[in-house]
Write a protein that binds this ligand. Structure first.
Ligand code: IVH
Length: 680
């Protein structure tokens, strides 16, 4: 990371924008899909970088800054609930000095004397998901996930299925919100994944994701079949606080029937707390659940109250994270996987090795630049790291050799043998056989039938999955042969004569469809709906576009089209260069027979004339006015010159109006212009 002190303001603003976006993306991957792309350590590094830049440029802190958000309101079908008291997050520390600094800050804040002791509690930070349990008159009435800290999800029915969570409490105050962690033990996680694999279900990356995926279920019966546990580490709203310290409160919660963390310790000094950190660290691999650090809390509750909180975390607590766990092993092979969008990702196959109690046999290599950075080759001894979760990564190549040539880039896709290409200036290599590549099938089919493309009613993601599984539809052209499966489809659950016939009719209705939407549906990289329309407009039909894309002067002809640059042109050329794609396009042209482009440009009194719009237009937008001019065969220009035939001037017209008058160009009002449009 660049030192924020050396950053220009513009660089800092840019980096903050990127970080906000990137962190939000990782939040969604982690919380909504329970499927993180990066390790917790990498995530923490992004957050720390954001924090450092914000500290150096406080006036650049963004409204959507990750430092302002506690978490993430998940987009899920569970209903939302507001928390009576915010569910906070924890500040992270990574070194002993961070912990000492935390204690010193507390002392300063409370203006304590040197000799006054500040007792702390220390307990493991279990890697699960936080949950708030609300009891009224001793009965569980609501369970909620943290969400963004203010609004979470209602998981009451799910919580009732967890054995560790009592349904009723004896001797509890009228209102008591118990806060704690829902988690899955390592062994239960392994068993669950084995069962999931046997049943063809989702495989979870780690116990935390398995716990989150199991707990945040619409159907509580699914949750009840999953081995979840709970332990209490605090409280939210409470009508009467029965004790004065964290230690007594935790013991009280335990007395009420809640499991609390093993290794919970009260420490008189920071050094004692650091010793507990070492003990817990040493015990970590042998624990039955994943932990990612130790949480310290100021023991006295009156001090906790005085300390209060900063934006998203209490000042009276700190999470002391464990460093990532590392090990050395041999890289046996480098293999290439193809993602759902065609990205080729190298994966390292390892001599299996234990890292922090888990046997690891694969590492992610991210991309080919990453391989080059480490100069990796099969057979190298490498140091890997597992940061508590996700797929481990390479930290160092112990056989590093600067003189090695770059690793050969794959020329073809290992799944479908289509050509694989890297875009100018991009590190990623992609398969160009999008239409036929098995790894990309599902996404491509979904795109082909989507609203902006062929818009086939009744052919949603679920049906596509079903037809894929049956082997009926592997590529877009197969959609047009679905009718041959009508009889079989009628026998399947969930399909009635009416729904089957509606679907088949919707498919038939797409024969002879709009060529722009057909082209967009092919999913050529960088060819969005508008570009697709521009391309068929320029060349008249998809078949003609293919001709052009295969010609010697393809690049020239393509970049000649308004709105098409070199990147788009090259993507179109790459697409039609791939024989598999051409075969599929031929089948599609045969079966779906898209129409030729029909120009909506009319012959009018304005054909061939140049028109400029200026000033404020009141009943149409500027873009619409230009489109009107184009449909009337005219050209819309931006500035007035001797070649201008007409200036349409709205209120506030300035220099262009003056220039038009000087040049003797005809001028008319918006109203007059609309009358011209109406006439044409
Ligand atoms: S105390 C007001 N104690 O870590 C402070 N949190 O990274 C609330 N966590 O949202 C948290 N073990 O879900 C606390 N012993 C522990 C914990 C713990 C795990 C989780 C909790 C929190 C997250 C923050």
């Amino acid at each position: 990371m660049t030192d924020p002190a050396k950053m220009s303001e513009a660089d800092a603003a840019n980096r903050l924008m990127r970080l906000a976006r990137e962190i939000a993306r990782h939040d969604a991957a982690y919380h909504d899909r329970d499927d993180p792309e990066i390790s917790d350590a990498e995530y923490d590094a992004l957050v720390a970088e954001n924090k450092a830049i914000e500290a150096a440029f406080p006036h650049l802190v963004r409204d959507d800054s990750p430092s302002k958000k506690v978490g993430h309101v998940p987009s899920s079908p569970l209903s939302k609930v507001s928390h009576a008291q915010a569910m906070l997050s924890l500040e992270n520390g990574f070194s002993d000095d961070d912990v000492r600094e935390f204690a010193a800050r507390v002392r300063r804040f409370l203006s304590l004397d040197e000799d006054e002791s500040v007792a702390l509690t220390a307990e493991p930070k279990i890697d699960g998901l936080s949950c708030s349990l609300r009891y009224e008159s001793g009965t569980l009435v609501l369970a909620a996930t943290r969400g963004d800290g203010t609004v979470g999800e209602d998981v009451t029915a799910n919580a009732r299925t967890i054995g560790d969570i009592p349904e009723t409490l004896k001797g509890a105050p009228d209102v008591l919100e118990v806060r704690g962690e829902v988690y899955m033990a390592k062994e239960d996680f392994a068993d669950l994944n084995a069962r999931q694999e046997a049943a063809g279900g989702k495989i979870f990356a780690n116990p935390r994701n398995a716990a989150a995926g199991s707990f945040r279920q619409k159907d509580a019966r699914v949750t009840s079949s999953r081995p979840l546990r709970f332990y209490a580490h605090g409280w939210g709203e409470i009508s009467a606080v029965p004790h004065d310290t964290q230690t007594e409160m935790v013991a009280w919660l335990q007395g009420l029937g809640f499991p609390v963390a093993d290794y919970f310790r009260r420490c008189e000094t920071v050094e004692e707390a650091l010793a507990v950190y070492s003990d817990i660290g040493a015990a970590r691999a042998g624990l039955s659940y994943d932990i990612d650090g130790v949480v310290y809390k100021i023991d006295r509750l009156d001090w906790q109250d005085r300390l209060g909180k900063v934006a998203k975390a209490p000042r009276w607590a700190l999470a002391h994270k464990f460093p990532a766990e590392q090990a050395e092993t041999t890289l046996n092979a480098i293999e290439i996987q193809v993602g759902r969008t065609g990205k080729l990702t190298p994966v390292g196959r390892l001599e299996p090795v234990g890292v922090g109690g888990v046997i690891v046999s694969n590492v992610t290599l991210h991309n080919f630049d990453e391989i080059d950075r480490h100069r990796l080759r099969a057979g190298d001894r490498i140091k890997i790291q597992r940061a508590g979760d996700v797929i481990p990564q390479v930290v160092e190549n112990l056989d590093h050799d600067e003189d090695r040539e770059p690793y050969p880039r794959p020329q073809t896709c290992p799944e479908c043998d289509s050509e694989a290409v890297a875009e100018e200036g991009e590190v990623d290599i992609r398969c160009t056989g999008g239409l036929i590549c098995p790894a990309q099938r599902f996404e491509r089919l979904k795109h082909f039938v989507s609203r902006g493309a062929m818009d086939i009613d009744g052919l949603g993601a679920k049906s596509i999955e079903e037809f894929l599984a049956l082997g009926w539809v592997k590529k877009p052209s197969d959609i047009f042969t679905l009718k041959s499966h009508r009889g079989e489809l009628l026998k399947r659950e969930g399909w009635k004569e009416k729904s089957v016939d509606n679907l088949l009719a919707a498919i038939e209705a797409r024969k002879g469809f709009d060529p722009g939407r057909f082209l967009f549906g092919l999913g050529i990289r960088h060819v969005g709906a508008v570009t697709a329309k521009d391309l068929v407009k320029a060349f008249g039909s998809v078949a003609e576009l293919e001709e052009v894309a295969r010609s010697d002067s393809a690049l020239e002809k393509l970049v000649d089209v308004d709105g098409v640059g070199e990147v788009v042109a090259q993507a179109v050329i790459d697409f039609f260069h791939e024989p598999h794609n051409r075969e599929e396009v031929a089948r599609l042209l045969d079966r779906a027979a898209p129409a030729d482009y029909v120009s909506d440009v009319q012959e009018t009194a304005w054909s061939g004339k140049t028109i400029v719009f200026t000033g404020k237009l009141e009943s149409v937008s500027r873009d619409e006015a230009k489109a009107q001019a184009e449909r009337m065969g005219a050209k819309a220009a931006g500035s007035v010159s001797s070649k201008t035939d007409l200036l349409v001037a709205g209120p506030g017209a300035g220099s262009k109006l003056k220039k038009a008058q000087d040049l003797g160009v005809r001028v008319m009002s918006e109203e007059d212009w609309l009358a011209e449009v109406a006439k044409s």
